[in-house]
Design a protein around this ligand. Sequence first.
Ligand SMILES: NC(=O)c1ccc[n+]([C@@H]2O[C@H](COP(=O)([O-])OP(=O)(O)OC[C@H]3O[C@@H](n4cnc5c(N)ncnc54)[C@H](OP(=O)(O)O)[C@@H]3O)[C@@H](O)[C@H]2O)c1
Length: 259
Amino acid sequence: MDEFTLNGKTVLVTGASSGIGKETALLIHRYGARVILTGRNADRLATVINRITTQASEPEPSTGKPALSDSCLVIQADLTVESEMDRLINELPRLDGIVHCAGIVGPLPAKFITQPDIDRMFAINYHVPVNLTGKLLRKKKIADHASLVFMSTIATRNPYFGGALYSSSKAALEAYSRTLALEMTPKGIRSNFIMAGLVDTPMIENPSEKNMQDEALQRYLKRYPLGIGKPHDVAGSILFFLSDASRWITGTSLILGGE
Ligand SMILES: NC(=O)c1ccc[n+]([C@@H]2O[C@H](COP(=O)([O-])OP(=O)(O)OC[C@H]3O[C@@H](n4cnc5c(N)ncnc54)[C@H](OP(=O)(O)O)[C@@H]3O)[C@@H](O)[C@H]2O)c1
C-alpha cells in the first residue's frame, strides 16, 4: 500500500551512526526516503553510508525500482555544541520527518546524582531534541504534515535501579512531544514518541550499564515476554510513524517490548 512507503519524503535521523538510528536510516531509505544522517563519529557514519549504498543497488521493496544513489547525505555534528547544531541546520533541506535518536544512558543511583551529571544527561537527551526542533521550526525547515518521532523508554513508567536521571530526561522529552503535537496541529505536523524496552545496541554494552544488566539480567528477561529487542524492531515502528499510514496519529506514544 502506498501510504506505507516514504517515497518523496526527506527525513533527518539523529544518532544515525549507531544502534536504533543506524537501523532506522537503513530501513527508511529502503522504503523510499531521502535520508540525512547525523552523528559524531565519522567512521561509524561512513559504515552506515556504505551499507546504504550497497542496499541501493538492491530492488526497493515497495516499488521494485532501484533506490537513487544520491538519496542520502551525511552531516557530522556534535549536537551538544551549538555552532555544530547551527551548521547542521543551515545545511539541511526542508524536512518531512525527523527521528530523534541521539542520546546517552548511564546508570547512577539517585543518591550520587550531581549537577554535572544532570547537565550531561539532559544536554543530549532533552536540550538537543528540543532546541533542534525549535530552531528548525523558526527556520521553516519542517514541512507542513511532517512527522516528528522522539525516542523514549519504558523506564519512564517502569523504573529500574540507577535509572532516575536517564528516565527523567526522557520523561521531560515525552511531555515536550505531547505539547508540541498540540501546538503543531494547525500545520498538520505530527509528534509522537516511542517507549522502547531494552534493545540490543552499543548503548547497553558500555561497561557500567553492562554490569548493571548482568546483575539484573534474569529479572529483565522475565519482564520481556518476547525477549530483548533488536534495533530493527524499533526501526519498523519509526517507519510507520513517518509514513502516511499514521497520518491520524499524533500526541501519543507506542510501547515496544511488551513490558
Ligand atoms: N538501547 C536501548 O535499550 C534503548 C531503549 C529505549 C530507548 N532508547 C533510546 O533510543 C535512542 C538510540 O539509542 P541506541 O541504543 O541506538 O544508542 P547508541 O547505539 O548508543 O547510539 C546513540 C547515538 O547517539 C549519538 N550521540 C550521542 N551523543 C551525541 C552528541 N552529543 N551529538 C550527536 N550525536 C550524539 C551517537 O553518535 P556517535 O556514534 O557518533 O557517538 C549514536 O549515534 C536513544 O535516545 C536511547 O535513549 C534506547
